[in-house]
Design a protein around this ligand. Sequence first.
Ligand code: FES
Ligand SMILES: [Fe+2]
Length: 376
Amino acid sequence: MFEKETAELVRPKALPFSSDVLERILKQSQTGTPEVSAIDSLRAKNRPMLKTEFYLDEKIYSSELILFEERAAVAGFQDQVRSPGDHLVCRIRDRELIVLRDEKNALRAYYNSCIHRGTRLLSAKKEGLLKKIVCPYHSWTYALDGKLLTSDCKVPERGLRELPIRDFAGILFVGFQKNALDRLEPVFRELKNFEFDSYVPYEIKITEGNYNWKVGVEIFLESYHISTVHKSSVAAVIPKNASIFDPIGEHGRILIPNRSFENASPPTRKDLIITYFLFPSTLLVIFRDHFAMIHFQPISREKTVCTQAILIPQKSKTPRMTPHWDFNSEFFFRTISEDLALAEEIQFGLKREGFIFPSSWEPGIFHFHRSLEGEK
Ligand code: FES
Ligand SMILES: [Fe+2]
């Protein structure tokens, strides 16, 4: 029914990977044997990250929050703030931000906090376009560019405390520290090959679960579980243990071939599921004609919020394409709910002393641990 339109918009594109990488995938999908042999040393006895307390200990959790401060977080989507006055209020861990377009259409992110005495400025997204921000306490007023307009009191700061923000592929990344966004550059550089301009969310889900944030992330860093956890869905189209993992600094890339990969010459986007891991807690999964985002934010040691979204090209958000996107959306969210249900089971099971033993089919887990240790 929508075949023609689909074909036009989503021609299977060439893969931006070297022939070495493609050969490794082919070998992996034919043999299914682990590629990495260096893992034995990483699995060395007494490695602290392989102790169950790594996922349970309050001190370890507190130290990880520093790491989150230094990295970018997802604040929302470009599509939610398209024109001057558009705005959203988002929560990242224990802080709240206002994201908006100012009068000159520049994207801005501010702490949702008045500089006078700290009061929360906006309690939720207000209907309609924002013209000014007025504090509910003593009515200090700010322009959309953050400037303080109230002049009765002289204060040393000129206006709202601003944070760096950047749109990439329709996703808004913010940093609490100045260089946080720069850390994503190596992955963005690779992602540019996929021409992600003007992608918009088709569906967004935010769920809260009782698991440590690392438990959530790690499920998406290995494909070893696909043939067991997703046996009635994804497993049907993917050969067993066929993925390869490559580090990109502290980040990483997981390539999972579809069954079609083996006989495709040359393989294209339709033959591969491409996942980019943006350390510490974001995953972008690129499918043939759309992509998905999974982003974790810790609330506490054993509580995590997970934002999941399907993003599609803006021009293909048409009524004719709706059945196609509905199908993909339903499939994606069903798969993710299988993963997140598992996260709670893992967290519960970790409440014992001792070690865990990731296998050689899970190189992404070991790389994640190295990144957490600050190695690269
Ligand atoms: S705290 Fe905002 S005006 Fe007083
Ligand atoms: Fe999964």
